[in-house]
Ligand binder design. Structure first.
Ligand SMILES: [Zn+2]
Length: 150
């Protein structure tokens, strides 16, 4: 937890106690650099995320669907289930730390592409061809040549 006074990245915990019948953990923290003291509260994420499809239809958020999309894109690309799980966790963490309850499929697609482009260009192209819904070969070649330029 970053110090709110001097912005030092690491601070220590002086003591932790649960409040509200155990559903909230209160931690008193201190900063070893500037001596600042502050308190944090930790609670369970109860916000239910909702996915908004392109059609406008809403569905409850399903984390296994993202993992399946990643696994499909990475099929036969020598990535372990563990690595796929880690990518999935990073994407979900980013979605959960966003301050909105509704997430568009477009946003999820973008986050998946952002992860895939870093690790495997073939998987990235596979995923993008589905996500961007290329309807003809021109769209596809335009996409590939843009990718090569970048
Ligand atoms: Zn500090």
């Amino acid at each position: 937890m970053k110090c709110p006074f001097c912005e030092k990245a690491e601070t220590g915990v002086k003591d932790s106690r649960t409040t509200n019948e155990g559903s909230i953990v209160r931690r008193r923290r201190y900063c070893g650099k500037c001596g600042g003291r502050f308190t944090t509260f930790e609670r369970i994420q109860t916000r239910e995320l909702v996915v908004v499809k392109r059609s406008g239809a809403k569905r409850p958020f399903d984390r296994t669907k993202i993992e399946k999309s990643i696994a499909t894109a990475l099929r036969k690309r020598s990535f372990s289930q563990k690595q796929i799980g880690e990518i999935n966790d990073r994407i979900i963490l980013e979605l959960e730390s966003d301050n909105t309850r509704e997430i568009t499929t477009r946003k999820i697609g973008k986050l998946i592409m952002k992860e895939l482009v870093k690790i495997d260009p073939v998987a990235y192209i596979r995923f993008a061809s589905v996500y961007k819904d290329f309807t003809n070969i021109e769209d596809f070649t335009r996409f590939i040549s843009k990718l090569q330029k970048d």
